[in-house]
Design a protein around this ligand. Structure first.
Ligand code: ATP
Ligand code: MG
Length: 361
């Protein structure tokens, strides 16, 4: 069976370092590994509209921002098909058929949907489109026969729901769809990077992000004002590393080499943590170190982003081509789905023959 990746992001804002460690970085590694037959990366504008229906301009403006972030991180349009969800109408049709295979109570049980409804204060005023987005996500994944979906940990319930839809479809209509598997980062911290405010998740909607597009000054300012241990008041006080965002980010980003380069009096992160816990290590020092580590990772991304920023029409052209290719692939799956569901009336000669004979008596 072909090894195929599908994943994507909502164009609700620029991408941040949570996206980067949670999914983007892995995508680029998988792309460059050469181990996959096909890679599709989707800018999920239709999904973004499910909770931004009254603000289409925001979605429209952010398509290019997400595309720039992709290219800046090293997604290569020669190896990866980057496309825009709304330009593939087959996805909507697939979602419509899958809706018959999922119950309302199953959707209500989806922990990610539950959490996101709460976060957006939707309660009972939740748009139907938003409520059913796990179904549309199953359509996105299966339309490309994806075997592998690199995502952050918050997406695991979505992939589980997609797998259920595939099994149900295949059981009712015959073996047609491919069951996908999620790939989440091995580093636990990267599975769900907290925000700079120490809140559970860095998220565009919560305004606690370090963006890939941030300048060196913005990055530094965000790092220097990051949440640490509120009880660590004097340098001599013992500090806590658990729940201390600076250490969480170091867990996600720092490697032993960084110590040799920027903080040679410590051998590794464990030694730094030990000193902090004992007391005598100030927040400013660990923040400066984190800033150096992040700057090393983000500076090349920032530079590539600026360079791509001078080629906007070219980016729209590659998105257009990518969307056409994605549409052709999805159309093939949809034809299989229609055949399996027996709604392919006009290509079903046997059906017409049988009914002709019946009526001719
Ligand atoms: P929104 O607030 O609009 O939902 P978001 O920041 O949650 O935006 P999405 O576009 O929903 O971003 O997520 C895109 C991908 O990035 C998903 O695979 C998700 O799991 C991953 N991701 C998002 N935030 C984080 C994070 N803080 N840590 C790790 N992965 C993340
Ligand atoms: Mg999200």
């Amino acid at each position: 069976m072909a090894k195929i990746i599908l994943t994507g992001d909502r164009p609700t804002g620029r991408l941040h370092v949570g996206h980067y460690v949670g999914s983007l970085k892995r995508r680029v590694e998988l792309q460059n590994s050469g181990a996959f037959d096909k890679i599709f990366i989707m800018i999920a504008d239709a999904q973004a509209l499910t909770d931004n229906a009254d603000n289409p301009e925001k979605i429209r403006q952010n398509i290019i921002e997400v595309a720039l972030d992709y290219l800046a991180c090293g997604l290569d349009p020669e190896k990866t098909t980057i496309f825009i969800q709304s330009q593939v109408p087959e996805l909507t049709e697939l979602s419509f058929y899958y809706m018959n295979l999922v119950t309302v109570s199953r959707l209500q049980r989806n922990p990610t949907v539950k959490n996101e409804i709460q976060m957006r204060n939707f309660e009972t005023s939740i748009p139907v489109g938003f409520f059913t987005y796990p179904i549309s996500q199953a359509a996105d994944i299966t339309a490309f026969r994806a075997t592998t979906v690199p995502v952050g940990e918050d997406q695991l319930p979505m992939i589980e729901q997609a797998r259920e839809i595939v099994r149900k479809f295949n059981q009712v209509y015959g073996e047609t769809l491919v069951e996908p598997e999620a790939v989440i980062p091995e580093n636990v911290t990267c599975q769900r990077l907290p925000g700079t405010d120490g809140k559970a998740k860095m998220s565009k909607s919560l305004g606690n992000c370090i963006y890939l597009a941030d300048t060196a000054e913005e990055l530094k300012q965000k790092v220097m004002s990051m949440y640490t241990d509120p009880n660590h008041i004097r340098v001599s006080d013992p500090g806590c590393v658990e729940g201390n965002t600076v250490f969480t980010y170091l867990d996600a980003f720092c490697k032993d080499e960084h110590f040799k380069k920027y903080l040679s009096e410590y051998e590794n992160l464990d030694a730094l943590k030990e000193h902090y816990q004992k007391g005598g290590l100030g927040d400013v020092k660990i923040k400066r170190f984190l800033n150096a580590v992040l700057e090393e990772e983000l500076a090349p991304i920032r530079e590539r982003r600026l360079a791509w920023g001078k080629r906007i029409p070219e980016i729209y052209e590659l998105l257009r081509k990518g969307s056409m290719e994605a549409q052709a692939t999805a159309a093939q799956t949809l034809a299989d789905v229609r055949r399996a569901m027996r709604i392919n009336y006009f290509e079903d000669a046997a059906l017409i023959k049988e009914q002709t004979e019946r009526y001719q008596g």
